[in-house]
Design a protein around this ligand. Structure first.
Ligand code: IPE
Ligand code: IPE
Ligand code: MG
Length: 250
């Protein structure tokens, strides 16, 4: 897949990735699951670089879900340690590449060390103007909708918002993704065809792309380029007819 085939005027603004299959990839090599998580970092680096090369504005990576807390303690601890060491190691390079680091999720439940590294990384990169890289950590779509609802309800109680003000635009602003646009392209590796409680509201009209023959540690730049190319072949109709859409894009 060559970069030239990609139409730079029709890029997805926001790409979300469900980075799945680390454990199965490791098992295939007769290794522990954490070995797969370690090897997933190269795939993250390649994805960030590929998005930067294309000029994609928002990349949101499903890094640890609310439900992932239910995994064995050994694996959860291993992932948290890996998070701390990876952020510390990668942030200088991200900063050099003009990437702005963000997080979404119930980050208060992360170990203090992880929060500290993330806070430092976000503070350092906050004024960068390239790719916005958001890590979803202790995140789930239902958690997000509930935290937004509680926040809005508080404001209604204090008469800072009236019920009639609540519309899609206002609600979106209270979601953890704040000012990011809705997801255009959602990619999942690893062979499962589900959303697993990811960006539920934000993916209402996403193009879904399931890459069945790749586990996350095997994902490379070319897979991201292929995915964007496939996205560009899709017709996004948003409820209209194909004829209407063709007329509008003429
Ligand atoms: C995704 O890979 C990474 C995380 C959920 C942290 P998995 O760990 O889910 O790998 P599989 O799906 O069990 O192979
Ligand atoms: C989704 O993968 C979460 C992440 C990739 C971080 P899971 O492996 O946890 O999803 P399920 O449980 O198979 O649906
Ligand atoms: Mg999985």
């Amino acid at each position: 897949m060559s970069l030239e085939k990609i139409d730079k005027s029709n890029l997805p603004r926001h790409v979300a990735v469900i980075m799945d299959g680390n454990g199965r990839w490791a098992k295939k090599q007769g290794a522990m699951r954490i070995f797969g998580h370690h090897h997933g970092i190269k795939a993250v680096r390649e994805t960030v670089e590929a998005c930067g090369e294309l000029g994609i504005q928002y990349l949101t990576l499903y890094t640890f879900s609310t439900e992932n807390w239910n995994r064995p303690k050994l694996e959860v601890d291993g992932i948290m340690q890996l998070l701390v060491s990876t952020i510390a190691k990668e942030v200088p390079e991200l900063h050099k590449s003009n990437v702005r680091l963000k997080t979404i999720g119930d980050t208060a439940s992360l170990p203090a060390k992880a929060r500290r590294e993330l806070d430092n990384g976000m503070a350092l990169t906050k004024d960068n103007t390239g790719l916005t890289l958001t890590l979803a950590l202790s995140y789930s779509g239902k958690w997000d909708i509930i935290q937004a609802t509680k926040h809005i309800a508080e404001k209604v109680k204090k008469s800072e918002i009236s019920i009639d003000d609540i519309d899609e635009e206002l609600f979106s602003r209270y979601l953890a993704t704040e000012e990011s646009p809705d997801v255009d392209l959602m990619i999942r590796t690893g062979g499962d065809h589900r959303i697993s409680n990811y960006l539920l509201w934000q993916s209402a009209y996403s193009e879904l792309l399931f890459i069945d023959d790749i586990f996350w540690p095997e994902f490379r730049k070319e897979h991201l380029f292929d995915s964007v190319y496939t996205y560009q072949l899709r017709e996004r109709r948003f409820g209209k007819t194909g004829d209407q859409v063709k007329k509008e894009t003429k």
